[in-house]
Design a protein around this ligand. Structure first.
Ligand SMILES: Cc1cc2nc3c(=O)[nH]c(=O)nc-3n(C[C@H](O)[C@H](O)[C@H](O)COP(=O)(O)OP(=O)(O)OC[C@H]3O[C@@H](n4cnc5c(N)ncnc54)[C@H](O)[C@@H]3O)c2cc1C
Ligand code: SF4
Length: 316
């Protein structure tokens, strides 16, 4: 690991200013993703700004009947919150399908949203990777792609966004709130927070340099049956090959987002509209224009079977 300096910020704007002031500075929250990447020298920050004292650790009711989740709320606290369990159960289920109890005790809301891809070539500094080193090429194109993306990817990068929580945030129409170093704030839809890789896979989110996530806001609950189903190579402690976050209403309408298939949780309006017609119709819409490879072509029928199982469970 390369040497770096460290400070704790007293409030959100101070944190954003501190990162903007030092080239190569980064925020650190639970550290469970960032430190792993620093040990491998994939991330080499010169300075870390710790946000644990920045006052971002609470969950509050909004005047609209929803919840504002502070960026530093841990995954454990969020998944066990009574209102989340009652009104936003897809979120509890998604969080609990991820990582391990020990990791979830440290992992935070913003840190989880901002975790980086698990593409195996990204983790191997001996391999070309446009995301790690822009312009160096992509070892996954023509390499082993079982875990990688089938839709929304580009010829520069076929990695997936790996997290579970953001998949539930997308289906809940959550909004990410941020603060910039000059104090201006923004609200970004969770479904637009992660970028499609395109020609610049090193730019992964809508965040600008120094911009800090302060909270994720859930709108008022929409009712329905909340389901999260994750299919993976091991029964636990593994990232999704395919995951389904869904909210299904009694008349069969609803919302669905797929994880493990694209650079961001994959939700489309046409796929939502097709829900009353069943899993085949949804997957035809969601994966229209998909560009699977031989190793990961199985993800499309797997997505259909996983959603079919979800819908059968909901009906029963
Ligand atoms: C073995 C293992 C298995 C795992 N399995 C799963 C899994 O199955 N599903 C899953 O979803 N996740 C899984 N994870 C990932 C885990 O959930 C993430 O490591 C964790 O959520 C990251 O949160 P953190 O608070 O530790 O972030 P950190 O590591 O502190 O930060 C991550 C990134 O976010 C940035 N950041 C943090 N907070 C902010 C903020 N407020 N504003 C702007 N930028 C910020 C940091 O600069 C950094 O770039 C696994 C991790 C491990 C190590
Ligand atoms: S798929 Fe993306 S992350 Fe993986 S090697 Fe290619 S450029 Fe890097």
């Amino acid at each position: 690991m390369r040497s770096f300096t460290y400070e704790r910020a007293a409030n959100p704007q101070a944190a954003a200013r501190a990162v903007a002031a030092r080239p190569g500075a980064k925020f650190i929250a639970g550290g469970t993703n960032l430190l792993d990447l620093m040990k491998l020298e994939i991330e080499t920050p010169t300075h870390l700004v710790d946000i644990q004292d920045a006052g971002l650790g609470s969950i509050e009711e909004t005047t609209e009947g929803g919840l504002r989740i502070g960026a530093f709320v841990t995954n454990t606290a969020l998944s066990a919150h009574p209102r989340i369990m009652r009104d936003y159960a897809v979120l509890t289920r998604a969080i609990q399908a991820g990582a391990s109890g020990q990791l979830r005790n440290k992992a935070t809301t913003a840190g989880n949203m901002l975790q980086r891809t698990r593409c195996p070539y990204f983790y191997d500094p001996n391999m070309p990777c446009n995301k790690r080193k822009p312009g160096s090429g992509c070892a996954a194109v023509g390499g082993f792609s079982r875990q990688l993306g089938v839709v929304g990817v580009s010829d520069k990068c076929i990695a997936t966004y790996p997290g579970d929580m953001a998949n539930a945030m997308t289906v809940l129409d959550a909004v990410v709130e941020t603060i910039a170093p000059d104090g201006t704030t923004r609200a970004i839809l969770a479904s637009e927070f992660h970028r499609l890789w395109g020609d610049t896979p090193e730019i992964e989110t809508a965040l600008k340099p120094g911009e800090l996530v302060t909270a994720v806001v859930l709108p008022k609950p929409v009712g329905g049956t909340h389901v999260y189903r994750k299919v993976r190579d091991r029964a636990s402690y593994a990232f999704a090959l395919v995951s389904v976050a869904a909210i299904i209403q009694p008349d069969g309408s609803g919302r669905v987002s797929f994880g493990g298939v694209a650079p961001r949780p994959w939700r489309t309006a046409k796929a939502d509209d097709a829900l009353p017609l069943g899993a085949k119709a949804v997957v035809q819409q969601a994966f229209a224009g998909a560009t699977p490879r031989d190793d990961n072509r199985f993800k499309i029928p797997l997505a259909e079977r996983t959603l079919a199982a979800v819908l059968a469970d909901v009906r029963s």
